[in-house]
Each structure stands twice: as structure tokens, then as C-alpha cells.
Design a protein around this ligand. Sequence first.
Ligand SMILES: C[S@@+](CC[C@H](N)C(=O)[O-])C[C@H]1O[C@@H](n2cnc3c(N)ncnc32)[C@H](O)[C@@H]1O
Length: 348
Amino acid sequence: MAKVACVDLFCGAGGLTHGFVLEGIPVKAGIDMDPSCKFPYETNNRNAKFVERDISEVSEKDLEQLFGNADVKILAGCAPCQPFSTYAQRYESDGKEGKWGLLYHFARLAEKTKPDVITMENVPTVAKHEVFDDFVASLKKAGYKVWHGVVDSSGYGVPQMRRRMVLLASKHGEIKMVPPTHSQPITVRQAIKSLSPIRAGEFSAKDKLHACSSLSEKNMKRIRVSKPGGTWRDWPQHLVADCHRSESGRTYPGVYGRMEWDKPAPTMTTQCYGFGNGRFGHPEQDRAISLREAAILQSFPSDYDFVPKDGEISFKVLGRLIGNAVPVGLGRAIARSIKTHLASIPAR
Ligand SMILES: C[S@@+](CC[C@H](N)C(=O)[O-])C[C@H]1O[C@@H](n2cnc3c(N)ncnc32)[C@H](O)[C@@H]1O
């Protein structure tokens, strides 16, 4: 049996890694510069080591060491998508410096270590940028067959609308994403209805991650009149925020909404624990979704550990780890695509 090993660049709390682990692909290590990833990454992925490092400082030799004596090397990664966000497109120049450069570092490590298979996940708009064209061109030049496409995570059993660009590349021939497995998306009801009720600002005694942010008096009045799938336009005038009364506010009907029980959730973001930050209100309880609910909507198992027993629950830190993750279900589909490809190439 060929010895397979994966290294996950920009590994975060381990959404992508966990998908690989659940599909039986051994992940040797995850690299990320955020120290708060270490606990969830290593606790839930016991054989994977967390390496706290800036990717721009990782050398070919470092990566070779992490791969060890594997016969089949898989390099996975999900460079931070902030530079590709609509905000960044409008306000930042399309340079090769700073965060824009991280994909070039991914390409540098791929070119130098020549892994058998490479996979990258990002927001769909990444494909509009020179950095993405350069990434694909460098892989093709190095002899890889490259597939990329935009997929909706809800088609792979993730209870959330989340469109993402997935790239797969192999030294051993054509590779592509497996077809979607769910023609009917999993709904918010199926995903989180069984969790115990909690009140705004409280947490469950059984699971401290099932904690939700508090609401101001005004926001409590607002959520009480919010309908699932509705917007602030349903509210009485005196509750509407000044910015929503202005012309510019009218372009953001998606803020301050409740989710709908019988639909998949909206895209989880790093701010998904706040009622005012998107359609992140619970469908019937008067509160924003809890961190645990957000993690489940990202298809993390319901017992995925994010903080040590005596650790602090920081909405900002945990919102970032959860909202930034590759949904585990999408990670599994990527892993299955790689397994299908590896099984199709003649044994070496
Ligand atoms: C989109 S998230 C990755 C999510 C992860 N793949 C998962 O599934 O949970 C991007 C990650 O890149 C990390 N990051 C940003 N700049 C970095 C750098 N220069 N070196 C290493 N990690 C970096 C962030 O800390 C963040 O965890």
C-alpha cells in the first residue's frame, strides 16, 4: 500500500483537515500563523501536528520534512480570502505584495516540492485575479493537470449556501471534483433544531460553545418583530436604524435577519455570531445563533472541541475560526475526489 500524506497550508481550526481525516487521508501537519488554531486543530485531528508559522517563511526543506517518507504527497491549502473580497477589490490594488502574495507562496512551495496532488479552496472571485491565473499557469508549466470550478457546499451535505472555488491538480493525469451528493440541501431545522434553547447572552451548561452574544434592548425589540427570511423592512419605523433609512442602507436588506427553518443557512462569516451582521438570527428564539450552531452549520461534528475546558469563549476569536473554515463536508468531498483520482492511476 502506498503511503499517503497530506500537509494543509493555512489550516485554521482544521475544517479542511478534518474532512480529509474523516475520509481516511492521513494529514501530517497543518501550518498557520494564528496560535488560537492549535487547540482545535490538534485536539480534533490527533495525528496532525500544528505548526505555527508564517507561510511566507516556510521553506521547501520544512515542507519535505513534514511529508516525511510518504509515497504520495498531497498539498492542500486555503489562502485567506480577504484580498479577494468585494471590499478588497474595490479598495486595494491588485498587487503581488502582502496578503495577495500568499498564493504566490503556495505556488512556490508546490513548484519546489512537486507534490503528487494539490488542492486549493477560495472565494469564487479569486478567479478574476491575475494571482489565480499565475497560480494555474505555474502548475501547468510544472506538468500538472488542473481542474477548477465553483461549487456550492450545500450540494455536498453542508447545511449552508456557500459557493467556493475549488482547484484540484495532479501530476498523474486528469482529476476533477466528484459530483454533488445532495440534490435537496440539508436545512437549518435538520442541522440545529435539536440543540437546547438558550437566551441571548447565555450559554448551555452542557456545552459552553453553545453560547450566543447578548442583545441590546433595541436589538431585542428588533429581533422580536423579525420574521424568518425577512428583513428590517418588516419592522416598525421607530426600530429601523438611521443608516437603513438612508439610500445606502437600502442596499443591505440582508442584515438583521432570522434564518429560515426549512432552508439551508446563509454563508457563515467571521461575524456570524452577531444578529446585526447578516441573517444570523435564530429562526424562532430571540437571539443570534450560538457559536456551536455556527460550527454545525459549517458541518463540524457537534462535539468538535474549539477551546480547552477552562479556556475563554471569545466570540471574536471563535467566530473567526469557525467562519473562516472550509466546511468539513466540502473538505470530505475534496478528499473523495482525490481518493477517486488516486485509485484510477496505475500503481507505481
Ligand atoms: C480561510 S482560513 C483557512 C481555513 C482552514 N483551511 C479551515 O478549513 O479551517 C485562512 C487562514 O490563513 C491564516 N493565515 C493568514 N495569513 C497567513 C500567513 N502569512 N501564514 C500562515 N497562515 C496565515 C489565517 O490565520 C487563517 O487561519
